[in-house]
Design a binder for this molecule. Structure first.
Ligand code: SF4
Ligand code: SF4
Length: 435
């Protein structure tokens, strides 16, 4: 075989590729294998392909690339794996090879990747300007009008499918709702934490960011929220843009005075799962590697942090609610924050938690999977919605913007989708008169 360009897969510690003992325990947890029953579409099959490429037995082909983009990256296989196979790392490395070797390049794909992953999500100001334009389009009623007259039918088919999923943009973004330093008004200041506002979260769910700060204040935390934060780089890392992910990791580290903080808080499952691994991402960066390790040690998911510092007991909600909870894959399988969100919901008096069938099965959102694999995403969304409907609950709690949008789009206006922290914030805001 002629010599080929060295790949990231070649450089991967070989013990990582060897970890898989082919037991197949991951197979029943894998949504793509569940759909097709084909070994190649399973975690075991994908790992075997990656190993064959690293061993030089297989070429990096379009078939392999399609396979790695058919994978949701949901990491359900990692929770089932008795050998602790680091699938998350292998998956990102394989996608980086696919992008660097330009295996899937096409004019249309390159255009969208340059516009979104390499353009908008690298430039927080530009992203906010676009957010403001969409906000105007929605607030002036133009969106409703164009939908009513059927103008969306003029869009190309893939944009037509995506248009109903456009998130509602908030009137105010996080920087307008949260001061750079906020201190608890009552009680002791026990902790000092940094807060990450995210990018999609900042535009479409800035109210959840406000709720998160309020909950932290109620739990004796002083909250530091740097202005104009960038994307955390999770989108880039999951889509094979490792160098861009590194740039964004350095930017995030630079925005905080790490030594002065007890923790850095993320409230989005998908972001948190990536943010916890800056140490590995920047391990070869002599300037940042030590700070990245310190960052990892301080990075906490909000549910995890609150349970760690002993949550201040919330007062009862004025109206009793039955709620079900959908765990975001990257919170549950990626960060292994499994029990805390439900413990937190159970701690709110007047909240009854109803268990969700197949709770840890992916909802099909998975970053930009809706765009790249619409049929499989649709299948998973329908399955999740059927399960939510089986609970009889009108409210479903979840902790990731992608899952939030996927559930809300599938359930429609009659159901409420809420972040567990927003419910907790509502409880803390009750005055004695409300109860
Ligand atoms: S990440 Fe999800 S879709 Fe991909 S192999 Fe694992 S279980 Fe299957
Ligand atoms: S469960 Fe782990 S060891 Fe077993 S086949 Fe799946 S990835 Fe390999």
């Amino acid at each position: 075989m002629p010599e080929r360009t060295p790949l990231h897969l070649d450089k991967l510690d070989y013990s990582t590729l060897q970890q898989c003992m082919h037991c197949g325990m991951c197979l029943p947890t894998c949504p793509t294998y569940d759909t097709t029953g084909v070994e190649r579409n399973s975690p075991r099959g994908r790992i075997s392909l990656m190993r064959s490429i690293a061993d030089g037995e297989l070429e990096l082909t379009k078939t392999f690339a399609d396979e790695m983009y058919y994978c949701l990256g949901c990491l359900a296989c990692t929770s089932a794996c008795p050998a602790n196979v680091d699938y998350a790392h292998m998956f990102e490395v394989a996608r980086a090879d696919i992008e660097e070797q330009k295996i899937l390049h096409s004019i249309q794909r390159n255009f969208w990747r340059n516009f979104t992953v390499k353009g908008l999500f690298m430039r927080p100001r530009l992203l906010r300007i676009l957010g403001r334009i969409i906000w105007l389009y929605q607030k002036t009623g133009l969106q409703t009008l164009l939908r009513k007259v059927g103008a969306m039918k003029l869009l190309p088919k893939n944009l037509q499918d995506l248009e109903p999923m456009t998130p509602s943009i908030q009137n105010q973004f996080s920087d307008q709702q949260i001061a750079s330093v906020e201190k608890p008004k009552a009680g002791p200041q026990k902790y000092r934490v940094g807060f990450l506002t995210g990018c999609v979260q900042d535009l479409a769910f800035s109210h959840i960011n406000r709720d998160t700060v309020d909950v932290l204040l109620a739990n004796h935390c002083t909250v530091i929220t740097p202005r104009n934060q960038s994307c955390c780089g999770s989108l880039h890392s999951h889509n094979g843009e490792i160098d861009l992910a590194k740039t964004l990791a350095r930017r995030a580290i630079e925005s905080f005075d790490l030594d002065s903080l007890d923790a850095i808080i993320s409230n989005a499952g998908g972001c948190g799962s990536h943010l916890r691994h800056y140490g590995r991402l920047l391990s070869e960066d002599t300037e940042y590697s030590e700070r990245a390790k310190l960052w990892d040690s301080k990075l906490k998911d909000i549910h995890e942090w609150l349970m760690e510092i002993e949550l201040q007991p919330p007062p009862p909600l004025s109206i009793a609610q039955e709620i079900t909870y959908h765990p975001s894959c990257h919170l549950h399988h990626g960060q292994k924050v499994t029990t805390q969100p439900e413990d937190l919901l159970r701690s709110i008096p007047n909240v009854t938690l109803v268990s969700l069938p197949e709770a840890t099965w992916c909802c099909g959102s998975a970053g930009i999977y809706n765009i790249t694999q619409p049929e499989q995403a649709d299948l998973l969304q329908k399955r999740k919605i059927t399960n939510v409907q089986r609970t009889g609950c009108q409210t479903v709690a979840t902790s990731n913007p992608g899952c939030h949008l996927q559930l809300q789009n599938g359930l429609g206006e009659k159901h409420q989708v809420i972040h567990p922290i927003s419910l907790l914030a509502q409880a803390y805001r009750q005055t004695p008169k409300d109860n």
